[in-house]
Design a protein around this ligand. Structure first.
Ligand SMILES: O=C(O)CCC(=O)C(=O)O
Length: 263
């Protein structure tokens, strides 16, 4: 659960951090899945050579999306008790999982994801109806390009244009002097309002770094938002523990999935 100070910070500034949201065993299981994704080539490098089209190996922003079709661990994560507890505190009792993805940044060649507001993609009528949860799968530092946010930016709607360093992203201009870097140990999380401008930076170390991103939206805002894939009801009257969306209950599976992966 988040404490009052963390919740108030989210309300006041549009984001809040939760160090140690996941424990070492949980992170080990997530990294084991990440290794499988890499081995099986389940993601792709979305970085381009400055024209938004031509792919390059000189820069790597390896995106794996969606996760729920590739991994029962990541399918179960939005139902993990600590996730349900925190999102309920921030969004209220009824919400859906909108998206799930990983951005992996290899050592030295890892590229940042430029400044944007998620609501420029999702178009919810009020960005405060949704929150991202970004989880550090490795220690995330200034050197390896951790998440940066622009506090309070959810109160303003910024113009976006195509980001030519990626084959599909959009980006916006930011006064970097107002930005805040959020270093986090592996397992830590950042919750941020759909309207919070955020970015990650180059990985200037020899070791890879990955961020796991989920997006959650209040159930009563779903009809007004742009949906990139089908939503999954996590909590509230329409939630069936995944039965309706996946044809089986996955809501109680998180601990079991972690244990199974660590075998
Ligand atoms: O981890 C990253 O590089 C970017 C994550 C992000 O911007 C997002 O999920 O909206």
């Amino acid at each position: 659960m988040l404490n009052e100070t963390q919740i108030q910070h989210f309300r006041d500034f549009g984001y809040t951090t939760a160090p140690a949201l996941f424990g070492p065993q949980e992170i080990a299981a997530m990294r084991a899945e990440l290794e499988r994704f890499k081995r099986d080539g389940l993601g792709r490098n979305v970085a381009t050579a400055g024209d938004g089209v031509t792919h390059t190996d000189a820069e790597v922003n390896y995106q794996i999306i969606p996760l729920n079709t590739k991994s029962s661990l990541f399918r179960a994560l939005p139902f993990a008790p600590q996730v349900v507890a925190c999102i309920s505190q921030l969004l209220g009792p009824a919400f859906v999982r909108q998206l799930d993805q990983i951005f992996l940044k290899p050592g030295r060649t890892g590229a940042g994801t430029d400044w944007h507001q998620d609501n420029a993609y999702f178009q919810a009528s009020d960005p405060t109806q949704g929150t991202a949860l970004w989880i550090a799968l490795h220690d995330a530092t200034l050197e390896n390009g951790t998440l940066h946010v622009l506090p309070n930016s959810h109160r303003q709607r910024f113009a976006h244009e195509r980001d030519l360093s990626s084959d599909h992203h959009i980006h916006m201009q930011v006064d970097e002097s107002q930005a805040v870097a959020l270093p986090l140990s592996a397992g830590g999380g950042v919750f941020f309002n759909y309207g919070i401008a955020h970015s990650t930076k180059r990985n200037n170390t020899d070791h890879e770094r990955a961020g796991l991103a989920y997006h959650f939206l209040k159930t009563d805002a779903v009809a007004g938002a742009r949906l990139i894939e089908g939503v999954v009801h996590i909590a509230g009257p329409q939630a069936t523990g995944g039965m309706q969306e996946y044809g089986e209950r996955v809501a109680e599976e998180w601990e079991q999935e972690v244990a199974q992966l660590l075998g």
